[in-house]
Design a protein around this ligand. Structure first.
Ligand code: AMP
Length: 428
């Protein structure tokens, strides 16, 4: 299968070639013809599956046909024909960039507006003067702009919900409902989600009309070539182990996931002390600072980005060799999202999870959900003191306290196992 056979116009094929997409991904093969034919689509597709181009290419083509017809009226206000709702500002920027790049060679120029919260509204309002053809937006800010009459959605022909599960996770259900009320009833709906929980399914079914289902039954099947590893380690040895792995495996770049903003700051600081160019990527950094970090990360000026789930959502870094779960994600869905950051679009990647004894059961649930067992490993010099099942509640609490942000129990007496292991390391 190649792009030529999907019915795309030469200008779009040229853009695809320029981006060095040689073969369409699975979701592209199925979605492109369906979207071109005006059908609704419900696709199980995570970041890395090529989902953005799977809706952007055919929508750009359809817009071209529209603009052709209406070119005589080109002096008039542009009407929003395509609305793409995304969960985060990062993703809005990325989708915007992808669309702009794919539209590069089109004869009729389209105006794309990227809208997101957490930044001043005025420039966005200014940009919307004269209208826009395509709007990519997070839901809250879109409502603010609608309230300010900065745009109208009365002519939207296609609605795209990108990362619909995340939109719901982030509590945007009400905002989506309010936005839907402003859209014409007759329209095309494209629904992309990495997971289909009952709530996501319910939203999809309420929205879609006889959709083409692009459902890859097993999420892991659709994951690109990702080697999953699980390393058993004590909580307070994780940073040293991370440094060891970064050096040993010579990752050019690694995305490290932690559970809290605090952890992202402390872990990145410790990595810096160990001579690794690291940055904390969390909601405390301004949008500008985060963009800057991403650019530096992509250009290999930052080696390790230590991120929280929320901030990392939508990070699209081609060729990311490794993802590390320093802290395990809360849900199996988050795990899939996280490890999907590596091994994108054909490239292979490694996803390593640090498994603390007290989190063994949680990781088993994650394994169960993806129907895949990941063998536990230990790394010489970083063997855990207790293996899962052996740990007492008391020990578990002490260990957590030791690794806790507040500094923990510094002077904790060494256990027999600690001493044994230490002497094993020093005697090596
Ligand atoms: P997405 O799933 O839309 O976030 O895309 C993930 C990454 O894959 C992006 O960096 C795209 O530029 C890239 N990509 C999309 N389609 C293809 C393709 N057919 N071949 C190679 N790379 C692609």
């Amino acid at each position: 299968m190649n792009f030529d056979s999907l019915g795309l116009i030469p200008e779009l094929l040229q853009a695809v070639t320029a981006r060095q997409y040689s073969t369409p991904t699975a979701v592209q093969v199925e979605a492109i013809p369906a979207v071109l034919a005006g059908e609704d689509v419900m696709a199980l597709a995570q970041t890395g599956s090529g989902k953005t181009a799977s809706f952007a290419l055919p929508l750009l083509q359809r817009m071209q046909e529209d603009v052709d017809e209406g070119s005589k009226e080109s002096s008039k206000q542009r009407k929003v024909k395509i609305l793409i709702l995304v969960p985060t500002r990062e993703l809005s920027g990325q989708v915007g960039q992808t669309i702009e790049a794919l539209a590069e060679h089109l004869p009729k120029k389209l105006k794309v507006a990227v809208i997101y919260g957490g930044a001043s509204i005025n420039p966005q309002m200014m940009h919307l003067r004269g209208g826009a053809d395509i709007v990519i937006s997070t839901p809250g800010r879109l409502l603010d702009l609608l309230d300010n009459n900065a745009l109208s959605l009365g002519d939207v022909a296609t609605l795209v919900l990108d990362e619909a599960d995340r939109l719901l996770d982030l509590g945007f259900a009400d905002e989506i409902k309010r936005i839907l009320e402003q859209l014409p009833a007759k329209r095309q709906n494209l629904f992309f989600s990495a997971t289909f929980s009952p709530a996501v399914k319910k939203l999809a079914l309420a929205l879609l009309h006889e959709p083409k289902r692009i459902a890859i039954a097993d999420l892991t099947e659709n994951l690109p070539d990702i080697a999953q590893r699980a390393i058993a380690v004590d909580g307070d040895k994780r940073t040293r182990l991370l440094v060891h792995l970064i050096k040993e495996l010579q990752w050019e770049r690694v995305l490290v996931f932690v559970a809290t903003k605090y952890a992202s700051d402390t872990v990145s600081n410790k990595l810096k002390k160990a001579g690794i160019k690291a940055e904390a990527f969390n909601g405390d950094a301004s949008q500008g600072a985060r963009q800057h970090m991403l650019t530096d990360f992509k250009a290999n000026r930052i080696q390790a980005l230590v991120a929280t789930d929320l901030a990392a959502r939508g990070i699209d870094v081609a060729g990311l060799p490794a993802v590390v779960n320093y802290d395990l994600p809360r849900s199996a869905d988050d795990y899939i999202h996280r490890i999907g950051r590596t091994g994108r679009a054909g490239a292979s990647g490694t996803a390593i999870s640090f498994i603390l004894a007290e989190h063994e059961m949680h990781f088993r649930l994650i394994e169960k959900r993806q129907d895949k067992r990941v063998p536990r490993e230990t790394i010489a010099g970083f063997e855990p003191t207790a293996i899962a099942g052996e740990i007492t509640q008391e020990e578990s609490d002490a260990r957590l306290a030791n690794d806790a942000p507040t500094g923990g129990i510094k002077g904790k007496r060494k256990s027999k196992k600690d001493k044994l292991r230490e002497s094993a390391v020093t005697n090596k």
